[in-house]
Design a protein around this ligand. Structure first.
Ligand SMILES: [Zn+2]
Length: 395
């Protein structure tokens, strides 16, 4: 009889093959590319998936022809996205079983939230999934009727986690794709000093020196990436809190991935092209909350509006705690009983230096925004509304 860890490992190894990740991600990427080509590029956008295990993504603009562009996402990135999505619901279940993270008394102040759920992930019915989610779940179920060495309770749990896995996988790919697309539609190459020839930007590039202005552009790509992902959820008919939860979990995992081993607990490092991942998290979370808040029609009274605020706080708080604990337990030597390293940095964002850093980035966003809006390739972009939404303060 295999022990639990061995069962999990054999399940994980058996589940992840190159073909599988390639086929599953291909469905999502083709759909996203199809939309972008129809709406923006008239067929000129290409997506390249290099077959190497480096975890990276990039965007290429062609200054001579704005209707031509390329997004690069490595197979290593897709592989790791799949691996995280696959084990996330299992770890979330473990948190429920082994810790008091979800104890009732800790979450009582959210009792009025209609979609409050007890464990680490909400249950998803088939009709709450995207079309790709439904397809993948039913294909998976029919191909894997029973697993050897797994008891019935565990099999049920694994089966329930399938829906979560595929939604998280789809939303994580969508956000990575749309982040890269945002670099292109915002024509960031025009703001990059000394840019010659094709504007090529990579996410993980340890050689290049950064500045506050390059960090501000990353924040803008994060924000527009999130806007485009939310629109994708809407087109797919799943614009609801369960989807938001998985999308936020996917993003928090990605920011933990960018953080782990590459940044320290110093909040405002300027040496890199990309901001500290905690800063990125704070900005996208602020955008998400403001956007949802702005969607509440003005005719509703203060009580209704406050209820919406509680719901937004619930979804952002819970996704952050669960994803941070997932990451630390799975990828770091985290013993529990204290904040994870990522969470410790999150606390620093409330300090004087944290606020000062955010103001510096906002100033660099404001100074680049006119050029971005003047050249923007997508006329329906939410970037045109940032100021009126109150996302940016006047500096
Ligand atoms: Zn970027």
């Amino acid at each position: 009889m295999l022990d639990e860890k061995e069962v999990e490992k054999s399940y994980e190894d058996a589940c992840i093959t190159l073909d599988l990740v390639e086929n599953f991600s291909g469905l999502v990427i083709d759909k996203l590319k199809g939309w972008a080509n129809k709406e923006i590029f008239d067929g000129g956008l290409e997506v390249e998936i290099p077959l190497n295990d480096a975890v990276n993504a990039g965007a290429v603009s062609f200054p001579d022809n704005p209707k031509k562009a390329k997004i690069i996402i490595t197979m290593g990135m897709l592989f790791e996205i799949y691996r995280d999505s696959m084990v996330f619901p299992i770890y979330a279940e473990k948190l429920k079983r082994d810790t008091d993270t979800f104890s009732d008394h800790l979450w009582r102040r959210f009792d009025s939230v209609p979609f409050k759920f007890a464990g680490g992930v909400p249950d998803l019915e088939d009709n709450e999934l995207t079309a790709i989610g439904q397809l993948l779940v039913s294909a998976w179920k029919s191909a894997n009727t029973k697993m050897a060495g797994v008891n019935e309770e565990r099999e049920q749990m694994l089966s329930r986690s399938l829906a979560c896995r595929f939604q998280m996988f789809e939303f994580m790919i969508a956000w990575v794709f749309f982040h890269e697309l945002s670099h292109i539609v915002q024509c960031h190459y025009k703001l990059k000093p000394g840019q010659n020839g094709n504007g090529e930007l990579y996410e993980l590039n340890s050689d290049s020196l950064g500045s506050y202005s390059s960090q501000a552009r990353e924040i803008l790509a994060d924000i527009e990436g999130l806007d485009l992902t939310l629109r994708y959820l809407s087109r797919e008919g799943v614009y609801n809190y369960k989807s938001f939860y998985f999308m936020l979990c996917a993003q928090t995992c990605m920011f933990n991935r960018f953080y782990s081993g590459k940044y320290d607990e110093n909040y405002f490092s300027v040496k890199t092209t990309h901001p500290h991942p905690v800063a990125r998290y704070e900005f996208v979370c602020h955008y998400f909350s403001s956007r949802l808040n702005n969607e509440v029609p003005l005719v509703f009274n203060d009580e209704y509006r406050m209820q919406k605020v509680i719901e937004i706080v619930y979804i952002t708080t819970k996704s952050s705690i669960v994803s941070n604990l997932f990451w630390a337990n799975r990828h770091e030597s985290y013993e529990g009983g204290e904040l994870t390293s990522f969470m410790k940095v999150q606390k620093k964002s409330e300090t004087f230096v944290g606020k000062l850093y955010q103001k510096t980035i906002e100033r660099n966003i404001n100074s680049q925004l006119p050029t971005i809006l003047e050249n923007h390739l997508y006329s329906d972009s939410d970037m045109f509304n940032l100021e009126s939404m109150g996302i940016l303060r006047k500096n």
